[in-house]
Design a protein around this ligand. Structure first.
Ligand code: ATP
Length: 242
């Protein structure tokens, strides 16, 4: 059973078609990049996956649960990091996590255990009493990832999670999320930057609302080629600056 299945999904904003008959399955426990230039339809797809928008054409399921027929079961298996930061800067690190655990319906004891586990994973136990405002951009992003995992989802969705970060923080977040996939989580990572993708990662290339390719990065690059060259050849675009 695929961890995430998207079948024949289309979406329009009035006359503007943002997604056009997009289909793909993601295997469990893999890192998959959704690679596309600005305007490709990545955020629209994320809005459908998280049910911010309702899918009118096509079907989406998470770990076998149809998002339209059984939204609670499907959404319980998803953790999300949105493009815009959503931490409360004036709450402490620990409180941001425990508050979200409560929102997810975890009991007091489960919330405490999950929050402590998240702090340990982040290596931030000693900073748990600090306000989030005191953290740098990279640490805030890591916190959002830890918070998205607090209810134990099977699939982690991240929409351009490295936007606005310096190079070192970007590399550290990208490595961290690859490690999460190594440990069995299914990661779906929307980006327009090929350097965030490793050769063995699965890649779905989206352009102007259509899926152009799906394979490992090495498979798309072809023998002796690079993913960037293949991406530029398919889309006719240069890779945008960070
Ligand atoms: N609210 C809206 N009304 C009309 N058109 C929209 C709206 N939101 C997005 N679009 C259009 O739909 C297409 C897909 O946009 P979307 O934001 O999903 O792409 P994206 O790949 O996430 O790009 P970006 O990285 O710039 O956010 C674009 O052509 C965009 O202009």
């Amino acid at each position: 059973m695929p961890a995430l299945s998207v079948q024949n999904v289309s979406y329009s904003y009035g006359p503007k078609k943002a997604l056009d008959d997009v289909s793909f399955d993601l295997e469990a426990g893999r890192f998959c990049a959704l690679l596309g230039p600005n305007g490709a339809g990545k955020s629209t797809l994320f809005s459908l996956l998280t049910r911010l928008f309702v899918t009118r054409h096509g079907a989406i399921s998470v770990a076998g649960h149809d998002l339209a027929e059984n939204p609670r079961a499907a959404l319980a298996r998803i953790g999300v990091v949105f493009q815009q930061q959503t931490l409360d800067l004036d709450m402490t690190v620990a409180r941001n996590l425990s508050y979200f655990a409560a929102l997810q319906g975890l009991s007091g004891k489960q919330a405490r255990t999950s929050t402590e586990a998240a702090l340990d994973r982040l290596g931030m136990r000693e900073r748990s009493g600090e306000k989030v405002r005191a953290l740098n951009g990279g640490h805030r992003r890591r916190m959002e990832i830890a918070r998205a995992l607090i209810h134990g989802p099977e699939v982690l969705l991240l929409d351009e999670a490295t936007v606005g970060l310096d190079t070192a923080s970007r590399q550290s977040i990208t490595a961290h999320v690859h490690d999460l996939a190594e440990s069995g989580l299914t990661v779906f990572w929307a980006t327009h930057l090929v350097d965030e993708i490793q050769p063995t990662d699965e890649v779905v290339i989206l352009h102007k609302g259509r899926k152009l390719a799906q394979d490992t990065a090495a498979g798309i690059a072809g023998p002796g080629g690079t993913l960037l060259d293949a991406f530029v050849a398919m889309t006719g675009l240069e890779e945008p600056a960070q």
